[in-house]
Write a protein that binds this ligand. Structure first.
Ligand SMILES: Nc1ncnc2c1ncn2[C@@H]1O[C@H](COP(=O)(O)OP(=O)(O)OP(=O)(O)O)[C@@H](O)[C@H]1O
Length: 257
């Protein structure tokens, strides 16, 4: 379980650019939930992910994982138990290293770094087996530099690498947004497969309303630092893209756009 409790966040406090984003934001995500998050630009989606991962500080509130208060735990330590895939495929992999080296690096997450240990023969077989699930033939290109792969191939690797070690959460930050439609579709199918096979608790920010409706068992819509829609399970499965578009129009009208 992940809980954000009474979160307050003001950006650029005390300056003319001061903007208050969260004023008592609460969110509880149960173990095994797959939450899709949509919302207008600037509604606070990425800030919420950054707060979960410890990438930005909060002004007030608490973050719990189960009974454990992780509010003061630094980002670096939180990532031992959080897998994050970013919009930019270049973020989740190391371009100057080979596929094998990247896999070893991910395999050794949280351990004291030892590349040689990670590349022993038995692990190579394991890496090949894991890579073969992607269906991209990367298992036969272990010595290829990751920087030479396509965005989709890199994003597939980033997904695999972020879920290689046991994690409490998978955080997907518009992870298909930079991909062409066909590749995005493939990465979403792969995401769903990994999430279900590994029973991962997942939070996915997306601007693709069709993906938000199709994937996950819960859907949140954010607006001005609040969740204005939160539907789960049977209620979520009744949602249609048009319902979300309707809500977006309503918000725009309220804002005078
Ligand atoms: N580092 C920062 N400094 C100042 N303001 C920030 C910072 N990061 C975000 N903000 C502001 O906080 C608000 C929420 O931004 P955030 O990136 O969380 O929104 P978002 O919903 O992810 O938007 P998008 O859909 O455009 O990615 C915006 O008004 C943004 O300008």
């Amino acid at each position: 379980m992940l809980e954000l409790k009474d979160i307050h966040k003001v950006y650029s406090a005390g300056t003319i650019n001061e903007s208050c984003l969260f004023q008592g934001f609460n969110l509880r995500i149960e173990k095994g939930e797959f939450v899709s998050v949509v919302g207008s630009n600037g509604s606070g989606k990425t800030s919420m992910l950054n707060i979960i991962c410890g990438s930005i500080d909060i002004d007030q509130g608490q973050i719990f994982v189960g009974d454990k208060d992780i509010t003061d735990i630094k980002e670096h330590f939180r990532y031992n138990k959080i897998g994050r895939v970013y919009q930019n495929p270049a973020m989740g992999t190391c371009p100057t290293m080979t596929i094998l080296e990247n896999m070893s690096l991910a395999d050794n997450k949280g351990k004291s770094f030892n590349l040689r240990m990670g590349t022993n023969k038995s692990r190579i077989e394991y890496y090949k087996e894991s890579l073969s699930q992607l269906g991209l033939g990367l298992e036969d290109r272990l010595n290829t530099q990751v920087g030479t792969l396509s965005g989709g191939q890199r994003q597939a690797m980033a997904l695999l690498m972020s879920t290689m070690t046991p994690i409490d959460f998978l955080v997907l930050d518009e992870h298909t947004a930079a991909l062409d439609p066909k590749t995005a579709e493939k990465i979403m199918e792969l995401t769903d497969k990994i999430v279900h096979e590994k029973h991962l608790t997942t939070i996915m920010v997306t601007h693709n309303l069709r993906y938000a409706v199709k994937y996950g068992n819960r859907l949140l819509m954010m607006h001005q630092g609040e969740a204005i829609l939160d539907k789960k399970n049977a209620e979520k499965s009744k949602l249609k893209v048009d319902d979300l578009l309707g809500l977006f129009s309503q918000i725009s009208v309220e804002l005078g756009n």
